[in-house]
Design a binder for this molecule. Sequence first.
Ligand code: NAP
Ligand code: F7E
Length: 347
Amino acid sequence: MKKKIALITGITGQDGSYLARLLIKKNYLVHGIIRRSSSFNTGRLEDIYEDPFKKNKKLILHYGDLTDFSSINSIIAKIKPNEIYNLAAQSHVAVSFKTPEYTTNVNALGTLRILESILHNNLLNTKFYQASTSELFGNPEYKTQNENTPFYTKSPYGTSKLFAYWITKNYRESYGIFASNGILFNHESPFRGETFVTKKITRAISRIFFNKQKYLYIGNLNSKRDWGHAKDYVHFQWKILQQRKPMDVVISTNRQFSVRQFIEECCKFVGWKIKWSGRGLNEIGKINYEGKEKTIVKVSKKYLRPNELEALKGKSIHTNKTFKFKLKYSFKDLVKDMMEYDLKHNK
Ligand code: NAP
Ligand code: F7E
């Protein structure tokens, strides 16, 4: 049987690397778009990376950039994918306040460029997945969020993804493209970028444990998120494109924890109990270390955002019901997986 062909934008990122593994396992021929960078950016793909001269490859990488229509269009025209997963993005919310125009170009116009390319090449049977986000929500009146919750974005990142959400829907309704939005809540893993809060914490606690770092400098300790595991969530990305009809769907764990609780859980993992004192920017976290109190967490205004999305909690009904896939990782399992990896790699 002919192999299905998938194209993943953002294949070098956290989700892209897990999704590529999953699709290879499912016998797809996977193509990925990578950006030119001054050093290798394929670190997350190491175990599936294949020599470009090898025959019968399962993974083929192409240079391209979401800000450059000609690169995107020529790749799509050449490989004619059955499924496109648009995971590429300037995905950091705090950074989007510093680079709003670039963030919009990649996340909003980049999505439009792919949809236009599908149309131009008359690939109306190609299925399209858009990596939408819980950052579309944000009105504190709604304590939990699902597909019916009104959007209220609070950052250039969120607003760029709002455009991408709607343009995906517009092209579905206008041209009949099988185009779906996966509205995914935060998902993490050992492969999470080092400047996102979970990875920053697991890495810092591991390094403090090995006396390689003194403090974890952190922003809003009270911010709450619904954290899942990326390995679980890429299954949904694939499942969403395997449905009979395109859809816009929320994926979440329906549980919520604060940044403070995440730190406490990581400390617990290495046998430390953290005690908090002070308030606001003066708040610190101490542990008992060889009979003495030792400060390991300090709050820094550097990590506060111009506009914060204080709390997110999903109310997904689809994970088990529609997709028949049970989440394998709980909050504790996620912390364990990330801490084990960082303790091993920071020793
Ligand atoms: P990530 O680790 O930051 O990966 C982003 C990917 O996009 C990387 O491969 C990056 O390449 C690539 N990229 C960035 N700018 C690009 C450009 N101009 N042209 C081509 N590629 C570009 O993000 P992630 O956590 O895997 O998330 C995947 C997608 O889901 C993103 O769209 C994100 O916004 C969205 N999302 C994520 C979450 C989450 O909690 N993780 C939740 C909801 C939605 P480099 O490796 O070269 O930087
Ligand atoms: O922040 C707070 C911060 O940067 C989580 C992206 O994948 O998920 C991600 O966006 C919370 C925020 O993720 C620090 O203020 C405190 O309230 O890990 P984060 P995010 O902003 O939720 C969504 C769903 C996406 O779509 C995005 O692509 O933690 N926080 N102190 C901090 N955050 C960071 N980064 N660093 C801190 O020191």
